[in-house]
Write a protein that binds this ligand. Structure first.
Ligand SMILES: [Zn+2]
Length: 328
């Protein structure tokens, strides 16, 4: 009986010894590996838009399907340009929007802002009671930024116009209640939407990003703008560091899939339509042309988020006016 207990104790001690050895080895390994991991984490730039993987929602790039291919590219305002903006809405809200614009100006992106009348504005900001319908349903803001593609310059993209809609109230909650946004919330919302107006589409999921779909972050940014504290917006900064009209990649798709746009390009050439312009959001994209009398001929691109993973899923849906034009 005693001998049996001794054997058991010996086995336990051996087990414990094994544990200690294993523990020691893992300690040595972690000491050796930890600096390596730290190096990896600190040296991998989290803000390399160029390196963004397909399906990385850090930014939704602009897309242009044409001649059996889809081009994925960055679009922003031309560096050195003066971007005229206008604000319409209650006087108090205007001062918050001006604050948000100043915060973007302080980021030194290489563009300059100048307040003008709505007629001359390149960025039109409209403040209303809300709610404002966007891709996610009723919300407190929406931005559409038109990227012009210059055929003469190998289809280089450049922002030409943006419309920002801001609401003063929250959308209705499940009980149907709505409330006025606080000054911080409204300013944060203005700063966020103006980020889209500068060319950063989609929403980041990265830590430290400014353009995220998170009310708390937005409010925090609003607080910083109101306190005229410096803000970092690494995604937008990176966008303005890239060369103008940078193409990330061009993927092949079946030739017939781009047929609608190919035909529209011919028609636009013949009839002197201005464009093409491209718009993009979280869910969909749009390519359109504009006539002398400001009529728009658009082609919708649904499911833009998945498209660069499955270019053969490209679907182009002409809008009503465009269908009429295509059938003539
Ligand atoms: Zn947004």
């Amino acid at each position: 009986m005693l001998a049996h207990k001794e054997i058991q104790k010996g086995a336990l001690l051996r087990k414990e010894g094994g544990f200690r050895r294993r523990c020691f080895f893992s300690w040595v390994l972690s000491v050796l590996l930890f600096p390596a991991l730290l190096f990896l984490v600190s040296c991998q730039s989290p803000w390399n838009l160029e390196g963004a993987r397909a399906g990385d929602w850090s930014a939704q790039l602009y897309l242009f399907p044409r001649a059996g291919s889809i081009r994925e590219f960055y679009c922003r305002w031309e560096k050195g340009s003066v971007v005229n903006f206008s604000i319409s809405g209650p006087p108090r809200s205007k001062s918050f929007v001006r604050g948000a614009i100043k915060a973007w100006g302080d980021l030194e992106l290489g563009i300059y802002f100048n307040e003008t009348s709505k007629f001359e504005a390149m960025i039109q900001v409209n403040v209303s009671e809300g709610p404002i319908m966007n891709a996610q349903g009723p919300g407190s803001g929406r931005t559409i930024a038109d990227c012009y593609l210059d055929e003469e310059d190998s289809w280089k993209g450049e922002l030409r116009f943006a419309r920002v809609d801001l609401a003063l109230n929250t959308p209705k909650d499940v009980r149907g209640n709505t409330r006025k946004l606080t000054d911080e919330e409204f300013t944060g919302s203005a700063f966020h939407e103006l980020g889209h107006a500068l060319g950063y589409q989609g929403h980041s999921v990265r830590r430290g990003a400014a353009i995220v779909r998170d009310r708390f972050v937005s409010k925090l940014l609003g607080r910083r703008v109101l306190a005229t504290q410096k803000i970092s917006a690494p995604g937008v900064k990176e966008l303005y560091r890239l060369p103008a009209g940078r193409v990330k990649r061009t993927l092949r798709t079946q030739q017939w899939r781009t047929g609608v746009i190919d035909k529209m390009l011919e028609i636009a050439d013949r009839s002197g339509l201005k464009g093409p312009f491209v718009q993009v959001g979280d869910k969909g994209g749009r390519v359109f042309w504009r006539s002398e009398d400001a009529r728009e001929y658009g082609v919708r691109i649904p499911q833009v988020g998945d498209l660069m993973r499955n270019p053969n899923k490209l679907l182009l849906i002409p809008e009503k006016q465009t269908r009429i034009l295509l059938n003539n």
